[in-house]
Design a protein around this ligand. Structure first.
Ligand SMILES: Cc1ncc(COP(=O)(O)O)c(C=O)c1O
Length: 358
């Protein structure tokens, strides 16, 4: 006899990418940043650790919010710090969606949204992308009209493309909220700075950001949401009282205040992304022009899983992904390889191995 709620019993749970604990891997599977964070982060954490760990952290992370307000040219009450941007996605689901209401997200995309909907007992609808990964507004619109919460990763994962503000505004539900998940936003050629929140529909939009990618802090667990203060106040009621700890608040604030390090790392990643995209195309891969720190590759004749396994045998870890129910794909099934942009040396290692394999 299971004591779990039927919704929990029924689902498999989200499966995060592998984190091998032994050394010697070229790790290109979970879109971490290959470069270290700002030295100011380590310093700030060390100072915070030498301070008062016996007392609770600031529940609202006000120092962080002030630093973010300076950067985004907004007031501090537009920000909600969280334990990774995934926590903000959970808070959003719990804040806005009653069991049996509808949630939607583009497909193929980040599968966690579906898991969060399942946990909440909500119904999840997929907004099937076109074969070029553009949004099919004709099929999306009727779904969006009945939806409480629409999640859109921009740039999208795993495809790496980014949609225009025009596209996004069409996905704001008439009686609901659009969540723009900008986990990879800083890697775009022209990054956004929350401009969409100032549009006419801005009060129905929440932007989420992560420190795991552009700020090189996946191990710290920190993210934040940006939205109109009315939205932030509601979300604060749902979060854990002390959702961010003293060390992550100190580290994230220092990282945010050192924009030069983050921007320089993002610049290097963009340069490697361009080089890697051309090299993969020369090897016969179809590669989407990416605005993120990873690329999505497919081959006309498939064999993706075999390539993933051959790389794995050489201790090169990438992500093999498959998406059933993609109507325009052969056998309604899309699969491919998502490869994070590593250092130049790591990508050289990947390309040498691929030249032997394909
Ligand atoms: C689209 C997207 N959103 C959110 C996240 C999670 O970010 P965080 O590490 O800040 O929880 C990821 C992580 O891979 C992601 O791909």
């Amino acid at each position: 006899m299971s004591l779990f709620r039927p919704d929990i019993e029924r689902i498999a749970g989200y499966m995060p990418g592998e984190q091998p604990q032994d050394t010697g891997w070229i790790k290109l599977n979970t879109n971490e940043n290959p470069y270290p964070p700002s030295p100011a982060v380590v310093e700030a954490i060390r100072t915070a650790a030498g301070g008062r760990l016996n007392i609770y952290p600031d529940p609202l992370g006000k120092r962080f919010c002030k630093a973010a307000a300076n950067l985004f040219n907004l007031e501090p009450d537009w920000f909600l710090p969280a334990n990774g941007s995934d926590e903000n996605l959970t808070i959003l689901m719990r804040s806005f969606v009653d069991p049996h209401e509808f949630v939607a997200y583009p497909y193929p995309s980040y599968i966690l949204y579906e898991t969060l909907a399942d946990i909440q007992g909500a119904k999840c609808r997929r907004l099937m992308l076109n074969a070029d990964y553009s949004i099919n507004h004709a099929t999306a619109r009727p779904i969006v009209e009945q939806t409480k919460l629409v999640f859109v990763p921009n740039p999208n994962s795993p495809t790496g493309n980014r949609w225009s503000q025009d596209d996004l505004l069409k996905l704001v539900p008439p009686k609901g909220v659009l969540v723009l998940d900008e986990a990879y936003g800083d890697f775009a050629d022209v990054p956004h700075r929350g401009e969409i929140l100032k549009s006419e529909l801005g009060r129905q939009i929440v932007v989420t950001r992560s420190f795991s990618k552009s700020y090189s802090l996946a191990g710290l667990r920190f993210g934040f949401a940006i939205a109109h203060p009315d939205m932030i106040r509601g979300m604060q009621k749902v979060k854990d009282s002390y959702n961010c700890d003293t060390l992550s608040l100190a580290g994230a604030t220092a990282a945010l205040e050192d924009q030069a390090t983050m921007q320089e790392n993002a610049r290097k990643i963009r340069a490697t992304r361009t080089r890697m995209t051309s090299a993969l195309r020369e090897l016969g891969f179809t590669v989407v022009d990416s605005q993120a720190n990873f690329v999505w590759c497919t081959r006309p004749n498939g064999g993706h899983k075999e390539i993933y396994e051959a790389l794995n045998a050489r201790k090169i870890l990438i992500r093999y992904m498959k998406f059933p129910g993609v109507t325009w794909a052969a056998n309604e099934f899309l699969d491919g390889l998502r490869i994070s942009v590593g250092t130049d040396d790591e990508i050289n290692g990947l390309l040498t191995a691929l030249r032997q394999i394909v």
